[in-house]
Design a protein around this ligand. Structure first.
Ligand SMILES: Cc1cc2nc3c(=O)[nH]c(=O)nc-3n(C[C@H](O)[C@H](O)[C@H](O)COP(=O)(O)OP(=O)(O)OC[C@H]3O[C@@H](n4cnc5c(N)ncnc54)[C@H](O)[C@@H]3O)c2cc1C
Length: 401
């Protein structure tokens, strides 16, 4: 078997196929294998999630996800890693990491096991085209032509091109008759043309963000909000970005409603602020608000709230209501994302109705397989994307040979 792409999927598939006794050649365009694994989880590699749930994966074909993951929960991934000598530990929200907390240990152990099982790994080898005649695939590469009877395309998505993200697998697949679901950047930072965010660059709050598209409520995520010189990032934003990307591609007007203090209800925040007012105080409002909120955010809060008070003693219930409403509903229009370059994954990909979820084999071309992120499946942040990569990689070796 030839495998295109030595990422998480290709490495896991190569090991399971070679262990089943098949000759495997793994072709990688980069000079090193597993580049995305190396940078994942800020260098710690959030390798999986203990709480696998079909709802944490997205596709136009949810039944495919159900069938792929059936019988392949976290335990199956844990035993695969135990078999290569890697222990895992749990972080917050079921996130699993290598016990070393080093992504490099994941790549080095995968590489060692692949070679031990007999996999031939060829780096700096970009596949440029594939063809099939009779029962043989011809694979043209930057290092010459190779042939095989079984071919796995595990070349990933266009996310993070600086790490090898590419569209090439889609071109090979469509040439073979497969269709594609549109790809959009996901788990990506968002851009805004509003100038105030630049002035707040570097400010991070534990907040929440609601997404509205054309004025219609879409979804809400809690977590860090990080203002930047291009727009906004942070965990809540990455988690929202999938929906934003899809709506922007549809030319919808996207606006975020940011709650800067979600732990206090509107009533509690109002009472807190009302209690703080000293009736004879000339303290400037911008200073008074520093008692509760980051000072860089205050000018925008005062502007968006259209607050008429300038000093503390001018505050009254009506002005406080306006301020509270803005702190809990700060508006930020979004005009773009940081694109595939900033994205951790891509939505969309090979139409999964054309792939057998038990074997990962193409329903159109016998002995052609797809696995990992190239398929129209993407997961939430938290180890779900790697889960899909390991599971589909494993399935290639265990269900076909
Ligand atoms: C910065 C970052 C952090 C991330 N952190 C996490 C995390 O902590 N947890 C998590 O679950 N997910 C994380 N992800 C997502 C995760 O890395 C991917 O979902 C996963 O790597 C997909 O695996 P894959 O093998 O299908 O594709 P890839 O990892 O993209 O591997 C595909 C490989 O194919 C090669 N290739 C492409 N075209 C060709 C060609 N024509 N010829 C030869 N080789 C080719 C590429 O160079 C690449 O090495 C992160 C992603 C990024 C970018």
């Amino acid at each position: 078997m030839i495998i295109i792409g030595a990422g998480a999927t290709g490495l896991c598939a190569a090991i399971t196929v070679a262990r089943a006794g098949r000759k495997v050649t793994l072709l990688e365009q980069n000079s090193k294998i597993g580049k995305k694994i190396l940078v994942s989880g800020n260098g710690k590699c959030n390798i999986d999630n203990r709480y696998i749930d079909n709802k944490r994966f997205h596709s136009q074909d949810p039944k495919f996800i159900e069938e792929v993951l059936n019988g392949y929960d976290y335990k199956s991934v844990e035993s695969f890693f135990a078999s290569i000598g890697l222990e895992l530990i749990e972080g917050k929200e079921g996130k699993m990491f290598p016990m070393s907390l080093q992504a490099s240990s994941v790549v080095e152990l995968l590489e060692y096991e692949a070679k031990r099982a007999g996999v031939q790994i060829i780096c700096d080898c970009a596949v440029t085209s594939i063809d099939k005649k009779d029962n043989t695939f011809t694979v043209e590469t930057s290092q010459g032509i190779k042939t095989c009877e079984k071919l796995l395309i595990a070349s990933g998505s266009p996310a993070a091109p600086q790490l090898g993200g590419s569209n090439s697998g889609y071109a090979f697949a469509t040439k073979m008759g497969h269709t594609l679901i549109p790809r959009h950047p996901s788990l990506v930072q968002l851009c805004s043309e509003e100038t105030w965010v630049k002035e707040c660059a570097g400010v991070k709050v534990a907040g929440s963000a609601q997404l509205y598209a054309n004025g219609e409520y879409i979804t809400e995520k809690k977590g860090d909000l990080l203002f930047t010189n291009y727009g906004i990032s942070g965990l809540a934003i990455l988690d929202l970005s999938r929906e934003v990307s899809i709506h922007l591609a549809n030319y919808d007007y996207c606006e975020l409603n940011l709650d800067l203090i979600p732990e206090l209800s509107k009533e509690k925040l109002t009472n807190l602020l009302l209690k703080r007012i000293q009736e004879d105080s000339d303290k400037p409002l911008s200073l008074w608000l520093q008692g509760v909120i980051n000072k860089k955010l205050i000018p925008v809060i005062l502007k968006q709230s259209k607050c008429k008070a300038n000093i503390e003693k001018e505050l009254n219930r009506k002005e406080i209501n306006k301020i509270v409403h803005t702190i809990k509903n700060l508006k930020l229009s979004i005009n773009d994302t940081k694109g595939f370059k900033g994205a951790e994954v891509a939505t969309g990909g090979i139409n999964t109705t054309e792939v057998n979820p038990k074997t990962m084999e193409s329903k159109l071309i016998p002995n052609l397989f797809f696995a990992g992120e190239i398929l129209d499946v993407d997961g939430d942040r938290g180890g779900f994307n790697f889960h899909f990569a390991w599971v589909t990689g494993m399935k290639i070796g265990t269900n076909n040979l």
